[in-house]
Structures are given as structure tokens and as C-alpha cells.
Design a protein around this ligand. Structure first.
Ligand code: PLP
Length: 289
């Protein structure tokens, strides 16, 4: 029997229900996270929960648990469902109240978490995927991982309709991010990615990758770049919890570089894989060759 968590209680999925006047349902008034599970264990869970609490703060949304309590609950859920490679999805909404736009005087946060099995996209990571360009029509608080995803939904739909994996969004000339991923370019062995401002969601995978680059002495500029820079890049890749480090080999039908995943991208994929397998920590502590 598949389990989920509803308001802190582990229960059978089929017994869970949400009020039709939940503000998540009616206004998208809530936030979420997707955490990877590798080897049956939560990956970079602390970073995800930090971001969850940041998103909550920005929306004056109360999360009635500590990060430690949430972690213990999520670990229990992963174990109960026997997830090996997959994800945990968790969301918090402002709860159920009579439908009025402004915050209700009294409402209890609704909290749901569930798991899915999800393989790593190994084949795609090896060959690379295609992307389309899409004007970024989202609001100006993209730094909040909110349930309001219509701009992202429309962008991804455009990608799918064009036989592509992702839509790369741009505000005028400035490339911001994918519909559910961050975008990096490589030019002359130097990386660039949009800075973590209100115009993008600061991905955990993005942060892990920046950290890897710092440790390995790979130069990265957290600076906005243009659509022309993107199309003229040697390599392009996107990052996200589910896509990891995904090479983009075609944009709007035009080849990126020589049309195959580049050397820097592949190097970073390997470094990220070491993080997944916990090898970098072991290397650092000297327990491995
Ligand atoms: C979640 C998300 C990302 C990727 O973040 P990760 O923490 O790496 O999964 C990027 N952009 C948007 C809009 C997102 O919602």
C-alpha cells in the first residue's frame, strides 16, 4: 500500500483528501520542493528544506515543523514506500478558508508529501536533448518555488509541441532559466549562468554545480547572458533535481557547438555523479583512493 504524509501523518494514499477550498487548489497559494532519492536516501535534503523555509518566509506562510522534524518524516516515508531511485514531492499551502483573495485570519497550513520512483535520465544525459526558446512571461518573484506555475507550464508545453525536452526562457535579450531547470553556457572553457536574483529559481543542482566548479577551479560567471551568447556558446546544459546535468545539443533547430555533449559538460556530469554516490565526501575524508 502506497503511503503519503498529510499534515504530518503517514497514511495510505487512498485515504487522503484535501478540502476543495484549499488555497493551494484555488489560488496556487503555496510552495513546494522536489527532493531526489538515490540509494534509498534523500540527496541534498538540507539545502531543499532551507529553500522551502525561505520560500515560506517570502510568502508569510507558516511551516509548523522544524527542518529536523520534516527530515525525519520524509525519511520514514521513503522507507515505508521502499523507494530506491526516485523523488519526494512536498508542498505546503496556506490551507482551507472561505474563498477571499487576501490571507485568511485563521487557516492551518496544508502539508502533503509523497514519493515516486524515477530513474536517472542516463540515456538522455549521454546523448543530449533539444530545447526551444520561449519568452519568459512569468511574474517577478521567480525566486519563490511557488505552486503558481502557469508560465512554466506554457513554456514546457511549447517544448513538448516542438519535440523538445525543455524550453529556455528569455526576457527580451536576457536568458533567464528553463521552465523547471537552470541554464548554463560554456564559452572558451568558462561557464556562465544567470545570477540568483528574483528572475530565476536558485536551483539546488545549480548550487551544487557552482560548488563543484569552485572546488575544481573551473571559472564561472554568475552573470546574465544574451540569447546570442546562448546560440553562440560552445556548450549548453541545464540542471535540475530530476535532470541532473543535462546537455542541450540543439536550440530552435540549430546545433549547439558540434551537436554533441561537450567536454566540460561531461566532466561536470562525472563530478555530479560522484556527489550522488557520496564519493566526494569519502574522498575528502581520506577513506578512498
Ligand atoms: C525547481 C526549479 C529549478 C531547479 O531547481 P533544483 O533545485 O535544481 O531542482 C529551476 N527552475 C525552476 C523554475 C524550478 O521550479
Amino acid at each position: 500500500m502506497e503511503k503519503l504524509i498529510l499534515n504530518g501523518r503517514l497514511m495510505d494514499r487512498e485515504n487522503a483528501s484535501i478540502d476543495i477550498e484549499d488555497r493551494g487548489y484555488q489560488f496556487g497559494d503555496g510552495i513546494y520542493e522536489v527532493v531526489r532519492v538515490y540509494h534509498g536516501r534523500l540527496f541534498t535534503n538540507e539545502l531543499h528544506l532551507n529553500r522551502l523555509f525561505l520560500s515560506a518566509e517570502k510568502l508569510s506562510l507558516r511551516i509548523p515543523y522544524t527542518a529536523q522534524e520534516l527530515t525525519a518524516q520524509l525519511e520514514k516515508l521513503v522507507e515505508a514506500n521502499g523507494v530506491g531511485t526516485g523523488i519526494v514531492y512536498l508542498q505546503f499551502t496556506r490551507g482551507a478558508a472561505k474563498r477571499k483573495h487576501h490571507f485568511p485570519e485563521k487557516s492551518e497550513t496544508t502539508y502533503v508529501a509523497y514519493t515516486s520512483e524515477l530513474d536517472r535520465p542516463l540515456e538522455k544525459m549521454k546523448k543530449g536533448v533539444k530545447a526551444v526558446l520561449s519568452e519568459d512571461i512569468r511574474w517577478l518573484r521567480c525566486d519563490i518555488k511557488s505552486l503558481n506555475l502557469l508560465g512554466n507550464v506554457l513554456a514546457k508545453q511549447k517544448a513538448v509541441e516542438n519535440g523538445c525536452y525543455e524550453a529556455i526562457q528569455h526576457r527580451g535579450e536576457t536568458v533567464t532559466e528553463g521552465s523547471s531547470s537552470n541554464v548554463f553556457i560554456v564559452k572558451n572553457d568558462e561557464l556562465a549562468t544567470h545570477p540568483a536574483t528574483n528572475l530565476i529559481l536558485n536551483g539546488i543542482t545549480r548550487q551544487v554545480l557552482l560548488d563543484i566548479c569552485r572546488k575544481q577551479g573551473i571559472p564561472v560567471r554568475e552573470e546574465a547572458f544574451t540569447v546570442d551568447d546562448l546560440l553562440g556558446a560552445d556548450e549548453v546544459f541545464i540542471t535540475s533535481t530530476t535532470s541532473e546535468v543535462m546537455p542541450i545539443v540543439q536550440i530552435d533547430g540549430k546545433m549547439v557547438g558540434d551537436g554533441a555533449p561537450g567536454a566540460v559538460t561531461r566532466k561536470l556530469q562525472h563530478a555530479f555523479e560522484r556527489e550522488i554516490n557520496g564519493l566526494s565526501a569519502q574522498l575528502a575524508s581520506g577513506t578512498m583512493e
